[in-house]
Design a protein around this ligand. Structure first.
Ligand code: PLP
Length: 474
């Protein structure tokens, strides 16, 4: 497909009047002196260009999107409508508190709702993503210890953790210590005990972990950590696994982040920014970023008066549009948030049981919102790797699962159907997976050449990761 620059044909899509072009009010020093070389096409050709681009893209409205750990569920369109209401979208973040009581009330109520689902005592809505929430949480933990004059250096991270966990802790200057998983795919408590000393600031855990398995020793772990004077960080990116059933506070965690762009039905990445609110227990309240939205009984206000605050982690108060969408989703769902978790877990277990007859399931126990298959046998027996299966799925109008993660499962396929899928859709997915399995046995060569129909064929994965070519050059 040609870029819009290559399609440019000099035809103006829009005609400016002299009045439109009157830029006298701009100071000369800010005016461009050379042409900015924008493409020029008719309105229709521009529309065709973007339609063509969007047709090449995959989205939840097109088909199943079982990308494990990403919670690619349906984001109700009504959320978009509400976020685009003029009274929200035309606000300026520098307006006074008096001017935007409604927006502040919404943020306050969202904080209260997130306190309820996490069990935490205070929330910041500022971080822009899950990983950014982790960084914020780890900064809070670091400052908490520093304020006490206790300069702990180590953070423990399970070997099944999402890569952002060790990265966030390392960015804060902590040394990462890895704790092993046991044969049940859970944190090995005996190994953990050998790692504990007075230099350990915290453990970062995901529960259920990235294998989709609930850490049944979590209470023993939180007791061990607290006895050691350490804190517990909860990666709550995929909160649809437990929402309404339990919460990180009950499991003994001190800090938690949520991904509004996963669990709370706001778009990921390409749909705009995300939001990774962070909740903390009472003793960490005074370390949160400023401002926190507060209420004095009469007025909502942005509170900058936070004793040991780590400062700003983002301009103003975060991705407001995302907050509106998530709040709309929460109000719409109410008590049914619990049902969302129930269906996420039910769907994952349904798929797991159907697929394990064909693909190897290394940890064969009930899962939560996702599960991880291994393509190791397929590779060994027929030479068809997990990557080949993923590419073959693209030919079947299905987004591939997350592959080669978590690292502790060889040839991993991490599948998360989410609560939005129906039994019919999941059955179709199972059929496609069986078809690919049978093809691997009977005609592996065809699979090795997949994808046959996707808009982008096989790419050089190493080259693409090491030398991404993202900038258009003439
Ligand atoms: C998605 C995810 C993250 C990171 O969230 P981003 O918004 O992509 O930064 C962290 N941990 C887990 C378990 C996740 O699934």
């Amino acid at each position: 497909m040609k870029t819009i620059f290559e399609k440019s044909n000099g035809i103006d899509g829009i005609t400016f009047t002299d009045e439109d072009l009157n830029i006298d009010f701009i100071s000369d020093k800010f005016k461009r002196t050379t042409s900015c070389n924008l493409p020029s096409l008719s309105e229709l050709e521009v529309l065709r260009h973007y339609k063509e681009l969007s047709d090449r893209n995959f989205c939840i409205e097109k088909g199943l999107y079982p990308l494990g750990s990403c919670t690619m569920k349906y984001n109700p369109k009504v959320n978009e409508l509400l976020a685009s209401l003029e009274n929200f979208s035309n606000l300026h973040p520098a307006q006074s508190d008096d001017d935007c009581q409604g927006a502040l009330e919404l943020m306050y109520n969202l904080q209260e709702a997130l306190k309820k689902v996490t069990g935490m005592d205070s929330i910041t809505l500022q971080p822009a993503a899950g990983a950014h929430g982790e960084l914020t949480g780890m900064m809070v933990i670091k400052k908490y210890f520093e304020t006490k004059g206790d300069f702990r250096k180590k953070v423990i991270v399970p070997d099944s953790a999402h890569g952002t966990n060790p990265a966030s802790a390392a960015l804060c200057g902590f040394d990462i210590v890895s704790v092993k998983s046991n044969e049940k795919g859970q944190v090995d408590v005996e190994d953990l005990k050998t790692l504990l000393d007075s230099d350990v600031a915290a453990i970062m855990m995901t529960n259920p972990n990235t294998l989709g398995i609930f850490e049944e020793n979590v209470l023993e772990i939180s007791n061990l950590m607290h006895e050691n004077g350490s804190l517990l960080y909860y990666d709550g990116a995929n909160f649809n696994a437990i929402m309404g059933y339990t919460n990180p506070k009950l499991m003994g965690f001190d800090v938690v982040h949520l991904n509004l762009h996963k669990t709370f039905a706001t778009p990921h990445g390409g749909g705009g920014p995300g939001a990774g609110p962070v909740g903390v227990v009472e003793k960490l309240k005074d370390y949160l970023p400023i401002p926190v939205v507060d209420f004095d009984g009469v007025k909502y206000f942005r509170n900058y008066n936070i004793n040991h605050s780590i400062g700003n982690v983002r301009d103003f108060y975060g991705s407001f549009g995302v907050l509106v969408k998530a709040y709309a989703y929460i109000l719409m769902m109410g008590e049914n948030l619990k049902k969302a978790s129930e269906n996420a877990v039910l769907n994952a277990n349904y798929l797991k049981e159907k697929l394990k007859k064909y693909y190897n399931l290394p940890y064969d126990i009930p899962c939560m919102h996702e599960f991880v298959l291994s393509g190791e046998e397929l590779k060994h027996d027929f030479g068809v790797s997990t990557l080949n299966v993923a590419k073959a799925l693209m030919d079947q109008n299905t987004h591939p699962p997350t592959v080669y993660f978590p690292l502790i499962v060889h040839e991993a396929m991490m599948i998360e159907p989410t609560e939005s899928e129906t039994k019919q859709r999941m059955d179709e997915f199972v059929e496609v997976m069986i078809k690919i399995y049978n093809e691997a046995k009977s005609n592996p060569d065809n699979l090795l050449k997949a994808p046959h129909f996707a808009s982008v064929k096989k790419v050089d994965e190493t080259q693409a990761a090491r030398y991404p070519d993202l900038v258009y050059k003439e």
